[in-house]
Design a binder for this molecule. Structure first.
Ligand SMILES: NC(=O)c1ccc[n+]([C@@H]2O[C@H](COP(=O)([O-])OP(=O)(O)OC[C@H]3O[C@@H](n4cnc5c(N)ncnc54)[C@H](OP(=O)(O)O)[C@@H]3O)[C@@H](O)[C@H]2O)c1
Length: 311
């Protein structure tokens, strides 16, 4: 907050570059801030010190209280976000979200919720809000074939920017008749449909999917011969995606978790017994997660956590 002497106290040096939002420095100049007290210089080499210089060049008095706000303590996720590997090979902040039964399975028994819904309406509502706050929603072709999802934001929530819909689909098995390609209903928000496949896969299907409205991206395989998830995430970054929500089945969730691409998890456990398919519980029980928060939503429970060594 700006005090009565037109001074501002900030944890981190204000940014001077145009991102999704205009530079903070411009906002401070427009607000005629006289003096800015900064707790830490931006550790990101692309920005380091530039905000302070830009303010000083326009006559704003800047005082640096270096060390007053240790970022590793007050903003650990930000420090990871600007880690060396992340700056060199940028990729979006990835939130893995899934719903599981009491036994940890992502697929309910066939006779529950039409074999599809594990959680109750309050959790489903919350997921809509989460969707509205990301730049892309990712899934695997296994989910497209099993559930034919729309991956849209459907609740009356404010949607600053409709999230892209992304399917990881090596051989382009997504049907051109999928509900992803159907026109949006009134009140439904969604961005374009992006399919990531192995370069040169299924040329005929490629054309049919483009005709249906898909944007198809060819990728290289990784060392194990699977579609390179790092390349997918790098390409999403280049498309402007900074925060993405992974709403896949167990196969893609496990691959992203094991390869270290998941920064944050949000796991809903519904009051359903039994289920089908593997559990991902073994990937959550390690010391790799920090700031764990358990809470309840309606009859369901939610676990939220951040990867300990993300970056
Ligand atoms: N409970 C939940 O939150 C939730 C959410 C979503 C889905 N589901 C359920 O999950 C089931 C589908 O499970 P699923 O595991 O088949 O779906 P998935 O994880 O969404 O999709 C898996 C597919 O992604 C493709 N893929 C491409 N590159 C990959 C890579 N590098 N690593 C891993 N996969 C890659 C693979 O197909 P290709 O080899 O052909 O590319 C793979 O078979 C459905 O029953 C659905 O209802 C549950």
């Amino acid at each position: 907050a700006i005090d009565e002497n037109d001074q501002l106290l900030v944890t981190l040096e204000p940014c001077s570059s145009q991102g999704k939002q205009p530079p903070c420095v411009d906002a401070l100049l427009a607000a005629r801030v006289r003096r800015v007290i900064v707790g830490a210089v931006d550790p990101d080499p692309r920005h380091r010190g530039r905000g302070i210089e830009a303010l000083a060049a326009r006559g704003v008095e800047v005082e640096l209280l270096d060390g007053a706000a240790p970022l590793a303590r007050v903003a650990p996720h930000f420090v990871e976000w600007v880690g060396a590997d992340r700056v060199r090979r940028p990729r979006p902040w990835l939130i893995a979200k899934w719903a599981q039964t009491r036994t940890g399975q992502l697929m309910p028994p066939e006779d529950v919720g039409a074999g599809r819904w594990i959680t109750a309406p309050p959790a489903l509502e919350e997921v809509q809000q989460l969707r509205a706050r990301v730049d892309a929603i990712l899934t695997g072709v296994g989910t497209v074939l099993a559930d034919d999802p729309r991956l849209t934001v459907r609740r009356p929530v404010e949607v600053p920017c409709a999230p892209l819909r992304v399917v990881v689909d090596s051989e382009l098995r997504t049907p051109p008749s999928a509900r992803l390609f159907q026109p949006l209903a009134a009140g439904e928000h969604a961005g374009g449909v992006h399919l990531f496949c192995l370069a040169g896969a299924a040329p005929m299907r490629h054309r049919e999917l483009e005709a249906a409205g898909a944007i198809v991206h060819g990728c290289f395989p990784d060392r194990s011969g699977r579609l390179s998830l790092r390349e997918v995430l790098g390409k999403l970054w280049a498309l402007g995606v900074r925060r993405a929500l992974l709403e896949a089945g167990p196969t893609l969730q496990q691959a992203c978790l094991e390869q270290g691409f998941v920064d944050q998890v949000r796991v809903y456990t519904g009051s359903v017994n039994g289920g089908r398919g593997p559990s991902l519980a073994h990937l959550l029980s390690s010391a790799a997660w920090k700031e764990r928060l358990d809470r309840e939503i309606g009859p369901d429970s939610v676990l939220e956590a951040f990867r300990a060594n993300a970056g």
